[in-house]
Design a protein. Structure first.
Length: 996
C-alpha cells in the first residue's frame, strides 16, 4: 500500500492559471444538506484548509442541499440519499433479509451517484478524494470504486470511519474491507482513517489495513476572538446540537428539574438546542415546557453557523453528557469545539471526551445516564469556577495545535507522523476456538478462553473465530418450506452483495453479545458446509463400534474439507500480529499460513485428546499423531498441567504450563439469604433435605463415568443428598440422588453456597480441572480422586481430601459432614488457595509471549460488578419476592446504583420499599438516571422513614426529589384537564386552567 507516496500540490502563481491543472481536494458527504449538525462546519473547515494548501476544494453533497450551502461551497449536488437513508424497496423485503438488501441497494445507488458526480469534476493527477462520513451504506461503493481504478489513477482515496464497529460489521462491509485490502496490496492508493485512537483500535478488528488517526479540523476561526463577560453575569450553560436521547438531552432536563426543585436556579442561565428531536425526546420536551424555569431558553430551530458559534462563545459551560454506549470511542464535534473555545465541559467518563479533557481541558467528568451527576457537576463548577475556567483556557492552545484544518490536510498529504498516531494503539491478537460455545462460558474450555480474551483485551484488540456448527437439530418440513420461500431473497442478496468479491464466504461476522462489556473483542462464527456433514456421517459408518470416540479424529479432519475456512483463516492471520489456536485441531491449517505471513503462532492443548480414544488402538494412534503434529506447528506450545507437558515432551514437543484459571472475584461473591430459600422460591429447585454433596460436569465422557460412580456412592450413603449439575447427566431424581441439568451461572453460585461438600470422583482425565478450582474459590472443601486434582498444587491439604479408593468414600463423607469445624477451616483455606489460580495472575505469561505492555493504559474493560447478584435480584422482583430482594440488597453491596442498573422500572420502584433506608436516595437517583420516575407515594413513605429515624439530611434530600416529582404530576394533571376542556369546548374552564 502506498501510504508514503503522497503528492503535495505545488502552487505556481506565475504558471498555474488554469484551475483544471490544480489538484482537486474532493470532499464527499451525502448528509450535507443544510446547517443541521456538524456536516457543514466540518466540510467548510476541510475545504478552507485544502484551499490554503493549494488544492481546488470541491464537495459532492446531497441533491437536496440548500442554496445557502451552495453559496458558501464549491459543490455538486448529486447524492440522492443521506448516509442513513434506507432504500424505499427495503420495507417490502422479509425482515430477515431487509438489512442486507437495503445495504446492497444503497451502496449500488451511491456508486452510481458518485461516478456521476466525478464526471463533472476535472481532476488532474495528485488529487485527493476524502470521505469523512462513511457508513455501511457507502463503504462497499467506495471499495468498488477503488478496485476499478488503475494503480496510477488520479485519486488518492482517504476514507474516514467515525462510527462504532457494529455499524460496519456485516457481510457486505466485510467484503468491502477485503476489496480494499486487495486494492491496497495491488498498488491502489487508498487509506483508512478515524479521528479517535480508541475507535481506530476497535475498527482494527475488521480489516488488515492500518487505520490512522486524523486531526479534527473544525476548531479554529471565530474562536480566536471571544467576547468577555462581566464578572457578575449569570453562569451560562449550553447544550448544542440536535436534541437526541443518546446525547443525554433528557438527562439535562431532569437535572434542571432537580436544581429548580432545590431552589438553585438563581445565578444560572441555560440555553438548550431542542430542535430535530426524536419522538420520545420531543415528548420529554413537551412535558418540560409547562414547568420550564425562566432561567432556561429552549432553542427550537436549527442555528446558522454564525449563531451556533455565537452561542458557544457566549457560554461558560458546555454540557455533553453523551451516552457511553454510543460515544465511548466516537468524537463529538461539540466537545472538541468547546475545548478549543476554552470552555468548561461536563462530559461522560470512560469516553473519548474524558480522555481529551484529562489531557487538555478543564471540565468535570460524570457518570453515564445520571441527572444527579449533572447536578453535582454544576454545583462543583459554581464552587470552583475560577479554577476550572483557568484550566480550560490553559488547555485551549494545545487543542488547537493538534486539531485544525491545516493539520488534517498536512497528514493527508504526508501521511501520519509518530505523534499523529502512525502506530496502532494496540496489538492485534487472533484466537481460533474450535467449539461453538465461546459466549456461553459454561464449559471449562469456554471459560478458559473467555478469561484469556478478557486478560488480553486490556492491552490488545482481540478477534475470536469460533466454530459455527448447525447443532444437532435437523430441518423439518416446515423449516424446509420456509427456506425454499426465502431462496429468491438469498439469491438476490448474493447477487447484489458479491459483485466484485473474490469469493463467497460461509462465515457470519458479527459483534455478538457477551457476559462482559468488552469493546475490543469481536466474535465470529464459521459454519460448516454440507460436505462436512456428509463426511462426518461416513466416518461414523466406518467406525460403528467406537462409541463416539472417533469424534476426536473427526475434529482434526473437519476443517481440512472446507477451503473457505482456510481462506477466511488466511484473512484473519494477515490481520493479526499474533495468533493463538486453542486445541491443536486447526493448527495444521493455520500454521502454514502463519509461517508464510511471518506471524507468531501459539498452540494450546487443554487435554491429551488421544487418551479419549483409548477404546480403539487405530483411533488412538491416528489422533495422537495429529495432535502432536498440531502442537509442533506452533512457535510456542502451551499445556495446562505437568502431566500433559511430560506427555508432549516425550514426543518431542516442548511446552510451557499455564494452568486452567478462574475469576476469583466473581466466584467468591456473597449473597446473604439462605441459599436453599433462594433456589426454592426463585427457581423452584428442591434440594435433598439436610447436607448434600455437589458434582458439576459438562457432557464429557470422564464426567458421565463419574456420575455413574457417584450413583453407587449415593446408594451407600442413604442419609446424604447428592446433586449433579451440568450436561453430564439428564434431569432426574431418584431417592437421595438429584440431577438438575444445565443451570444459570447465578444458580450454580448459589448451589456452591448451599452444598456442604464438593465431590469429584473422576477415574480418567487430562489437562487440569477448572471445576475443582471453582469449588475452592466458592469456599468449599473438595473430596476427589487424584485425577480431580490433576495439574493443581495439592497444598494446602486442609481444603482437599484425595482418595482413589471409592469404597472409602462413604466413611470419608460421613466424617466430613459430621465435623463442621474442620469444614470451616478447610473452606477458608480453599478460598485462599484459589486466589493463586485467578486468571489475572495465571495468564500473565501471555503478556510476555504476545509482546504486550505489562502496564496498560486506561483499560477499556468495564466489568459487570455483582452480575450474579443482579440476576438474583431481577428474578426476586419478577416473582414479587420483595423480602428476598431486600435481603439481597443488604448483603455485600457497595453500590446500589451499580447493582440495580438495567432493572425494569417496576422492579426499581418495588426496591424503594425493600432497600435499606441508607441506600434509598441512591436508588431513587438510579430511577431518575434511567429516565423513569419513582412512585410518589413510595418516596413520601421514605421521607417519613428518614425523619422518624432521625436522618434529617436524608429526609430533606428525598423531599427535594419528591417535590420535583409532585410538580411534574400536578402539571401533567393540569395538562390533561386542559386537553379535556378543549375537547369538550369548555372554554371557561380552559381559561381558568391557563391562568392557574
Amino acid at each position: 500500500m502506498h501510504v508514503g507516496s503522497h503528492i503535495r500540490p505545488a502552487v505556481n502563481e506565475a504558471n498555474e492559471s488554469s484551475s483544471s491543472k490544480q489538484p482537486v481536494f474532493l470532499i464527499i458527504d451525502p448528509s450535507l444538506k443544510d446547517f443541521v449538525g456538524h456536516h457543514f462546519s466540518y466540510v467548510e473547515a476541510v475545504a478552507r484548509g485544502a484551499t490554503e494548501a493549494g488544492y481546488r476544494a470541491v464537495t459532492l453533497a446531497n441533491r437536496d442541499a440548500t442554496d445557502a450551502i451552495a453559496d458558501r461551497l464549491a459543490m455538486q449536488r448529486c447524492l440522492r440519499r443521506d448516509m442513513w437513508s434506507s432504500h424505499p424497496m427495503a420495507s417490502h423485503v422479509p425482515a430477515r433479509f431487509r438489512t442486507a438488501f437495503d445495504t446492497a441497494m444503497t451502496n449500488r445507488e451511491f456508486l452510481i451517484d458518485l461516478r456521476a458526480g466525478l464526471s463533472r469534476v476535472a481532476a488532474p493527477a495528485g488529487s485527493v478524494m476524502f470521505a469523512p462520513m462513511i457508513f455501511r451504506n457507502q463503504l462497499n461503493a467506495f471499495a468498488d470504486f477503488v478496485a476499478s481504478q488503475e494503480a496510477d489513477a488520479t485519486w488518492e482515496v482517504v476514507l474516514l470511519l467515525r462510527y462504532q464497529p457494529a455499524w460496519y460489521d456485516n457481510a457486505l462491509s466485510a467484503r468491502a474491507f477485503r476489496k480494499l485490502e486487495h486494492a491496497a496490496a495491488t498498488g491502489r492508493r487508498v487509506r483508512l482513517a478515524s479521528d479517535s485512537a480508541r475507535l481506530a483500535a476497535e475498527l482494527g478488528a475488521l480489516t488488515t489495513l492500518p487505520i490512522e488517526v486524523l486531526p479534527i479540523p473544525h476548531t479554529v476561526g471565530e474562536h480566536e476572538t471571544r467576547p468577555s463577560r462581566p464578572s457578575d453575569a449569570p453562569l451560562r450553560l449550553v447544550s448544542l446540537g440536535n436534541a437526541r436521547d443518546e446525547k443525554g438531552f433528557c438527562d439535562i432536563l431532569s437535572a434542571i428539574r432537580l436544581l429548580d426543585a432545590a431552589g438553585e436556579m438563581d445565578g444560572m442561565e441555560f440555553r438548550l438546542q431542542a430542535h430535530d428531536a426524536a419522538p420520545d425526546v420531543q415528548a420529554a420536551i413537551d412535558g418540560f415546557v409547562p414547568v420550564c424555569p425562566p432561567q432556561v431558553t429552549l432553542l427550537r430551530s436549527a442555528l446558522s453557523p454564525e449563531d451556533y458559534t455565537r452561542t458557544l462563545l457566549d457560554a461558560d459551560v458546555v454540557l455533553v453528557p453523551y451516552w457511553r454506549g454510543i460515544y465511548r470511542a466516537r468524537t463529538p464535534g461539540v466537545c472538541l469545539e468547546s475545548m478549543a473555545a476554552g470552555k468548561i465541559v461536563v462530559a461522560t467518563s470512560g469516553t473519548w471526551m474524558s480522555e481529551e479533557l484529562s489531557q487538555y481541558g478543564g471540565g468535570v467528568l460524570i457518570d453515564d445516564h445520571s441527572p444527579v451527576a449533572i447536578v453535582e457537576a454544576i454545583r462543583r463548577i459554581r464552587r470552583d469556577h475560577a479554577l476550572l475556567a483557568t484550566k480550560a483556557e490553559a488547555g485551549r492552545r494545545c487543542v488547537i495545535a493538534r486539531h485544525n484544518p491545516a493539520s488534517l490536510i498536512a497528514q493527508i498529504q504526508n501521511g501520519p507522523d509518530h505523534a499523529g498516531g502512525s502506530e496502532r494503539a494496540a496489538r492485534r491478537v487472533a484466537v481460533f476456538y474450535p467449539w461453538g460455545n465461546f459466549l456461553e462460558r459454561q464449559s471449562g474450555a469456554s471459560l478458559r478462553c473467555n478469561l484469556l480474551v478478557e486478560k488480553l483485551a486490556e492491552r490488545a484488540v482481540v478477534r475470536v473465530v469460533q466454530d459455527g456448527s448447525w447443532g444437532s437439530q435437523r430441518p423439518g418440513l416446515s423449516q424446509l418450506c420456509r427456506m425454499a420461500a426465502a431462496m429468491p431473497f438469498v439469491m438476490l442478496r448474493r447477487l447484489l452483495g458479491s459483485a466484485g468479491a473474490s469469493r463467497p464466504g460461509p462465515h457470519s461476522h458479527a459483534q455478538l453479545p457477551s457476559p462482559l462489556r468488552r469493546p475490543r473483542v469481536s466474535v465470529e462464527a464459521v459454519r460448516p458446509r454440507m460436505r462436512q456433514h456428509l463426511a462426518r456421517r461416513l466416518l461414523r459408518l466406518v467406525t460403528p463400534r467406537t462409541g463416539g470416540q472417533e469424534s476426536m479424529l473427526w475434529f482434526f479432519i473437519d476443517r481440512r474439507l472446507d477451503p473457505y475456512f482456510k481462506a477466511h483463516a488466511a484473512d484473519v492471520v494477515r490481520w493479526a500480529d499474533v495468533v493463538i489456536v486453542e486445541y491443536p485441531f486447526w493448527a495444521s491449517i493455520i500454521a502454514p499460513i502463519c509461517r508464510a505471513e511471518g506471524k507468531c503462532l501459539i498452540v494450546s492443548s487443554h487435554d491429551v485428546l488421544s487418551q479419549q480414544a483409548s477404546g480403539s488402538q487405530i483411533l488412538d494412534r491416528l489422533t495422537a499423531r495429529l495432535e502432536v503434529e498440531g502442537m509442533r506447528g506452533g512457535d510456542v506450545a502451551v499445556t495446562v498441567s505437568d502431566s500433559d507437558r511430560a506427555w508432549y515432551a516425550a514426543r518431542g514437543v516442548p511446552s510451557i504450563v499455564v494452568p486452567n484459571p478462574i475469576d476469583h472475584d466473581r466466584l467468591s461473591e456473597s449473597f446473604g439469604p439462605d441459599p436453599r430459600t433462594l433456589l426454592r422460591d426463585l427457581y423452584a429447585l428442591e434440594l435433598p433435605p439436610g447436607p448434600f454433596c455437589l458434582f458439576v460436569g459438562s457432557r464429557y465422557q470422564p464426567n458421565t463415568v463419574a456420575v455413574e460412580r457417584l450413583r453407587g456412592i449415593a446408594n451407600d450413603c442413604p442419609d446424604t443428598g447428592f446433586v449433579v449439575v451440568g450436561d453430564c447427566a439428564p434431569v432426574s431424581r431418584h431417592g437421595n440422588f438429584t440431577a438438575l441439568g444445565r443451570v444459570d451461572e447465578a444458580v450454580l453460585a448459589v448451589l456452591y453456597q448451599a452444598a456442604a461438600l464438593v465431590v469429584i470422583p473422576l477415574a480418567t482425565g487430562t489437562g487440569s480441572s477448572i471445576k475443582t478450582v471453582e469449588a475452592m474459590s466458592a469456599g468449599r472443601m473438595v473430596l476427589g480422586t487424584a485425577v480431580a486434582f490433576r495439574g493443581l498444587d495439592p497444598s494446602p491439604v486442609s481444603c482437599i481430601v484425595q482418595e482413589d479408593d471409592l469404597a472409602r468414600w462413604p466413611a470419608l463423607i460421613a466424617g466430613l459432614l459430621a465435623d463442621p469445624e474442620r469444614r470451616l477451616s478447610g473452606e477458608k483455606a480453599a478460598r485462599q488457595a484459589a486466589r493463586h489460580y485467578d486468571y489475572r495472575r495465571i495468564f500473565e505469561p501471555y503478556v510476555a509471549l504476545l509482546g504486550l505492555q505489562h502496564t496498560p493504559a486506561q483499560s477499556d474493560i468495564r466489568r459487570e460488578r455483582h452480575s450474579m447478584l443482579r440476576e438474583l435480584l431481577a428474578v426476586a422482583f419478577r416473582r414479587g419476592r420483595h423480602d428476598i430482594a431486600a435481603t439481597l440488597l443488604e448483603n455485600g453491596v457497595e453500590s446500589v446504583a451499580d447493582l440495580v442498573e438495567g432493572l425494569a422500572p417496576v422492579a426499581l420502584n418495588a426496591a424503594l420499599d425493600a432497600v435499606p433506608l441508607g441506600q434509598a436516595l441512591t436508588l431513587a437517583d438510579a430511577l431518575f438516571a434511567a429516565g423513569d420516575q419513582p412512585d410518589e407515594s413510595t418516596l413520601a413513605r421514605l421521607v417519613l422513614r428518614a425523619h422518624e429515624s432521625g436522618q434529617r439530611d436524608l429526609a430533606e434530600a428525598l423531599l427535594v426529589r419528591l417535590e420535583a416529582l409532585a410538580s411534574e404530576s400536578r402539571e401533567q394533571a393540569r395538562r390533561s384537564a386542559l386537553e379535556a376542556a378543549l375537547q369538550h369546548r369548555n372554554y371557561d374552564t380552559a381559561r381558568e386552567l391557563l391562568r392557574a
